[in-house]
Every structure is written in structure tokens, then in C-alpha cells.
Design a binder for this molecule. Structure first.
Ligand code: 3HC
Length: 360
């Protein structure tokens, strides 16, 4: 039986193009067999391994969408940093928004290991050729929305992303480990914030309930279209990029949230939500997929605002990127002494679209 190292060598191909193309059909077959065997054996595919072009393209699509979601997702919450009700809440919220920027960086780096540059990905985001999560096209109208985002949006993200720690592509899986730990903190801060409001004055309780009413259904949409309409799920699951289908994860999320809502003293806005003894899961009401499709088409409440803000932040950060690149070039000249500083990543060098006047 081949050792793990020998198997790794069999699918690693120094000298081949970034699209994984190799010279002969026999060689192609051997690499493809090694790839299939590695996936079947739950081994990790690494950047220098041969991989099918479609596997690479799917990963770039999903990781880019994920990275874009992290940095666009900074906007709705950053909107409340200046208006957080106490220093403690402000410090927590600032740390959370900074974490999201960090998640964007890990994920853009993971996408870069597949041979796609960050500038190209950001260009696709800014021109609408790549998506970000539908959830960030909804407004944050009150302070309670910060709690609802933490509890529901970050909760949905964790449910979706914990299985991605076992994704077949090594750099993505490893990035997800740290991201999930931080998302757990985010989810708890949201829960704790909502609990404080729920147990507060009647007005505070009503504000928490109103936020949950508005964020519940969009949170269920985060998991993507129903399985029978999901274009990519079957292939992504066969490649072990995704480990569960959209509907499986959505169901898991509903089952987790019901007892948490009870502990919070809040009601989930779904009259059809009830325990199904036979299935051992909760039944829940119909999701408005027309709304989901409209948001994806750019017609959600905040699509225009989010992307305008992101483009503006990118443009305003251009001088920082240029200065840092000039600094790195200067120090990489022979005899320059100091080690070259890495060129800044676009996401860290700009203002991430979170500065400026409060918006929705
Ligand atoms: N928002 C926007 N687009 C969505 C979507 C959503 N909620 N759900 C699905 N889509 C898009 C897909 O990207 C795909 O479009 P494309 O072909 O142009 O890429 C199309 O709808 C069909 O959906 P599929 O189910 O076939 O797509 P996937 O197999 O990729 O599954 C997914 C969708 C479950 C979102 C999957 O991509 C995934 O698990 N992604 C990684 C996690 C992620 O992106 N999370 C973002 C959430 S927010 C976040 O993490 C920030 C945190 O701070 C809260």
C-alpha cells in the first residue's frame, strides 16, 4: 500500500500550469485517479496538487463569495459603532467588525492559493460578477439588530461553516477553523445582547422582538436555495467541498434556534413552526423564495448602498495600497537591508467600506 507521502507525490505536479493541465492523456488519467482517491479517502487537496478545472473554479466561486460576504458584512454593524449604548458594547462591536475584516483576509488568501488574484476577485465583486451573501442587503434599523445579527446571522454562518472545516481543500478548511471560533464569540455576544434587551423594559423587549421578526426569514435564506434548485450542491458534496445540503443545514439551524428563542423569551415569527415527533425535527413555514431571488438580482433594500460604499472605500484606499507597495519595492532592492514588507492586501489597505456617515 502506498504511503501518504507517496500518494501526495503522485498527485503533486511541479511544472504544470495553474489550470492543472498536463501533457498526455495517460498522465491526465493518473492525476485524476489520484485526485479522486484522495477525496474518497478524506485527504486534503493542497494548492500544488492536480485538481480538475471545475473543482478549482467551484472553490474560487465559493471562497470568493464567502470572502466578499465577510467584508460587505462589516457595513451593517459598523453602522452602530458610534451609537453603541456603552463603552463595553462599543469595544465588543469594534472587535467583531475587525474580526470580519480578518476573515475576509484569510479567505482571499485561500482563494489566491488557487491562482486567482485578490484584485481580480474584488473587481468581480465591484462589477457585480460575483455575489456576496443575501443577508447583508437588509438594513440595521435599531440597536437590537446588532444582537439579532449576532444571534441569527452569525449562528447561521456557524451552522454552515463548521462543516467547511472538513472541506477537501486544505487552505479553505484550515481558514475555517479560526473563523468558526471567532464566529462562536460573535454569536454569543449577539445572544447576550438580545437577552439583556429581552429582560429589560417593555420597550427594549419590543425592540428585540422586532429585530428577530425582521432577521429570521432572511437568516433562513442564507443557506441558499432549496436542494432541488441548488445548482452546485450535488457536485460540491461529491467533491467534499460541502458536507451537507442547503436544506439539511437550514433544518439544523431551525432546530438549534427554537430552544434558544424560548430561553431568550422571544418568539420566532413563524406560525407554522412546531415540533414534528415523527421526523424528530421542527416543521417550519414556507420561505419567500421570490424575495431571495430579488435580493440576489440586486433588488434588496440595501444592495445599491452596500456596493456603492464598498467601491468608494476601495477607491479611497488606493493611495494606501500604492504607498505600501512602493515601500515593499524599496526594501526588496538588493542591499536595502530591512526585509521586504509584504504588499498590503486590498481588504486591509482600504477602509473596508465601514467608515463615513451612519447608514442603514
Ligand atoms: N446569498 C447570495 N447568493 C447565494 C446565497 C445567498 N444566501 N445562497 C446561494 N447563493 C447563490 C450561489 O452562490 C449560486 O450562485 P453562483 O452560481 O452565481 O455562485 C446560486 O445562488 C445557487 O446556489 P447553490 O446552492 O447552488 O450554491 P452553493 O452550492 O455555492 O451554496 C452556499 C450556497 C450555501 C452559500 C455556499 O456557497 C456556502 O456554503 N458558502 C460558504 C459560506 C458563505 O459564503 N457564507 C456567507 C455567509 S455570511 C458570512 O459568512 C459572514 C459572517 O460574518 C456572518
Amino acid at each position: 500500500m502506498a504511503t501518504a507521502a507517496a500518494q501526495q507525490t503522485a498527485r503533486t505536479q511541479p511544472g504544470t500550469g495553474r489550470d492543472g493541465t498536463v501533457g498526455t492523456t495517460d498522465a491526465d488519467d493518473a492525476f485524476a485517479r489520484a485526485f479522486d482517491a484522495a477525496v474518497a479517502a478524506d485527504e486534503r487537496i493542497e494548492p500544488r496538487d492536480w485538481m480538475p478545472d471545475a473543482y478549482r473554479a467551484t472553490l474560487v466561486r465559493q471562497i470568493a463569495q464567502h470572502a466578499h460576504s465577510e467584508i460587505i458584512g462589516m457595513q451593517p454593524e459598523a453602522n452602530w459603532i458610534t451609537r453603541a449604548p456603552s463603552l463595553r458594547r462599543k469595544a465588543i462591536l469594534m472587535a467583531k467588525v475587525q474580526d470580519e475584516a480578518g476573515h475576509g483576509l484569510y479567505l482571499y488568501s485561500a482563494a489566491e492559493t488557487l491562482g486567482t488574484g485578490r484584485d481580480e476577485l474584488l473587481d468581480k465583486l465591484h462589477s457585480g460578477r460575483q455575489k456576496y451573501s443575501s443577508i447583508f442587503n437588509y438594513p440595521t434599523l435599531t440597536w437590537a439588530d446588532v444582537g439579532a445579527i449576532g444571534w441569527l446571522v452569525d449562528g447561521a454562518a456557524i451552522t454552515n461553516q463548521v462543516p467547511l472545516c472538513r472541506c477537501s481543500y486544505g487552505p479553505y478548511a484550515r481558514a475555517m477553523v479560526r473563523i468558526c471560533k471567532e464566529e462562536s464569540f460573535h454569536q454569543r455576544q449577539g445572544y447576550e445582547l438580545l437577552l439583556a434587551l429581552s429582560k429589560g423594559t417593555p420597550e427594549q423587549h419590543a425592540m428585540a422582538q422586532d429585530a428577530v421578526d425582521r432577521w429570521w426569514w432572511p437568516s433562513l435564506m442564507m443557506f441558499g436555495p432549496p436542494d432541488d434548485e441548488s445548482a452546485h450542491s450535488a457536485q460540491s458534496m461529491a467533491w467534499k467541498i460541502k458536507r451537507h445540503s442547503n436544506d439539511e443545514l437550514r433544518q439544523r439551524f431551525v432546530d438549534i434556534c427554537v430552544p434558544q428563542a424560548e430561553s431568550l423569551g422571544l418568539t420566532l415569527p413563524d406560525p407554522d413552526l412546531r415540533w414534528n415527533e415523527e421526523r424528530g425535527q421542527h416543521d417550519f413555514g414556507a420561505i419567500d423564495w421570490t424575495e431571495f431571488r430579488e435580493v440576489l438580482k440586486g433588488n434588496g433594500p440595501c444592495n445599491e448602498q452596500r456596493i456603492t460604499q464598498r467601491r468608494r472605500a476601495h477607491d479611497e484606499g488606493a493611495w494606501v495600497r500604492e504607498a505600501a507597495a512602493a515601500h515593499a519595492a524599496k526594501h526588496s532592492r538588493p542591499g536595502a537591508g530591512a526585509p521586504a514588507a509584504p504588499a498590503p492586501t486590498t481588504a486591509s489597505a482600504d477602509t473596508t467600506g465601514t467608515t463615513g456617515a451612519p447608514q442603514a
